[in-house]
Design a protein around this ligand. Structure first.
Ligand code: NDP
Ligand code: MG
Length: 399
């Protein structure tokens, strides 16, 4: 029997992180946790450190790390090394002992550690789509140069990968005519535009089909998530933008469709449960039990409807597509402005419609530069955050 895979779990306390631990818990013979990382969630880290006994626990926040260190010692687990800061997260993501890195940090905060795993030639299970949106070409180059293996966790991209086994490596891209990723439409599908303006954060984070972290839940409600996913697909699968489309499919049973040039369409179906995609990447190229429920195609909800998207209803999707078509710098600005706007929306500083407003303002105000390295990415990201924050201070515009 082969030795258990050594897992570094970035973003362990989040939605993706916790579901990854659910699967690891089912397979103690197959996986061992080498490191867990989080930002500030000390109590969840404490509980999971005591259960999974990693060699390292890393908190981005220094105070949280001190607290965790003390609590672990109190609980007789002082042998777990507690580190803090972004560099320490990068260090565990690239440690020699690690086979597989789950990149489950949300947002731009996951870029450097995801990239560190790529540069160290790891198997990267990529949930942190923002890393690809910010640095797609650089990221894919780092994967190729260092012989890393990149496996998509995002359900639609994982579905494409399952329908097109050579997706990540193939020279045979000319056999593919189109890929479609599906969108449920989020909680506000078919709401009239005037009703969308005053949606509350509570309404925005209650997705009808998926249970996810706050940021991606809001992203799904504005549909910027599908825009980020189009950019993600473009880089992951090395396909021209015109060959990647979104289909509205409210039931979220089909996650992607791959159309080949002979007219065959291969689709991936499954329950809307991230454990399916996570377990697929953890075990790949094998299959393991995920703990997800079975798909019941005889249930009343199992009808399959597909519709085009009304982009007028979702301005954030339109802005994301424009950034995709423009290129790397606009994609970084889009991502940064969206992160700032979503945080402001969740804190009640702007209304729901203001999210698109902040993104649009930032994209129109920020000058473009050529992106040649990670320093350029970080500089554009930083500047976009400043411009986005400034635009939020214009209360007349967004509240
Ligand atoms: P959550 O908000 O639930 O979790 C985020 C995790 O990242 C937490 O562990 C958090 O720690 C940690 N974190 C946040 N900021 C930082 C930072 N600056 N540095 C280090 N760690 C940080 O997010 P999700 O699990 O929902 O999403 C994670 C990623 O997966 C996102 O990119 C999302 O788009 C993608 N994804 C998620 C899906 C889902 O179903 N949730 C589906 C498809 C993709 P702490 O708890 O301490 O704050
Ligand atoms: Mg998705």
């Amino acid at each position: 029997m082969s030795r258990p895979k050594q897992i570094c779990l970035l973003g362990a306390t989040g939605s993706i992180g916790q579901q990854t631990l659910d699967i690891i818990r089912l397979h103690p013979d197959k996986f061992e946790v080498f490191a867990l990382t989080a930002n500030t969630s000390v109590q969840v880290m404490l509980r999971d450190c005591l259960e999974f006994k990693p060699s390292f626990a890393v908190m981005r926040d220094a105070k949280a790390a001190t607290q965790l260190h003390g609590l672990l010692a109190e609980h007789g687990a002082g042998n777990i090394q507690v580190l803090n800061g972004e560099q320490a997260i990068c260090d565990v993501a690239s440690a020699a002992e690690v086979d597989t890195v789950m990149a489950g940090i949300v947002g731009a905060g996951g870029l450097l550690s995801s990239l560190a795993a790529a540069k160290a030639g790891k198997t990267i299970l990529l949930a942190n789509k923002e890393a690809l949106v910010m640095s797609g070409q650089l990221f894919m180059q780092a994967v190729a140069d260092n012989n890393a293996t990149l496996l998509p966790v995002d359900s639609e991209h994982n579905a494409v990968f399952q329908c097109w086994q050579q997706a990540m490596t193939s020279q045979r891209r000319n056999e593919i005519s189109k890929i479609y990723i599906t969108a449920s439409g989020g909680p506000f599908l078919d709401w009239p535009a005037e009703k969308l303006v005053n949606i509350t954060p509570e309404q925005a984070v209650s997705h009808p089909n998926w249970s996810m972290g706050q940021k991606i839940s809001v992203d799904s409600a504005t549909m910027v998530n599908k825009g980020l996913e189009l950019i993600e697909a473009h880089y992951l699968f090395n396909l021209p933008s015109k060959n990647v489309e979104v289909l509205l499919h409210p039931q979220s049973l089909v996650h992607a469709l791959v159309e080949y040039i002979d007219g065959s369409v291969i689709t991936h179906m499954g329950p809307h449960d991230m454990r399916v995609a996570i377990s697929h990447t953890l075990a790949w190229p094998q299959r393991i039990v995920s703990g997800a429920p079975r798909l019941n195609l005889l249930s009343e909800q199992a009808t399959l409807q597909f519709r085009p998207i009304d982009e007028g209803q979702f301005p954030c999707l339109k802005l994301a597509k424009a950034a995709r078509d423009e290129g790397a710098c606009a994609q970084i600005i889009l991502n940064a402005a969206n992160e700032v706007a979503v945080a402001a929306f969740l804190q009640g500083q702007i209304n729901f419609a203001g999210i698109a407003g902040v993104i649009s303002e930032t994209l129109s105000k920020q000058p473009r530069v050529t992106i040649t390295g990670v320093d350029d990415v970080l500089a554009v990201n930083k500047q976009a955050r400043i411009i986005a924050q400034e635009s939020i201070k214009e209360p007349a515009l967004y509240v």
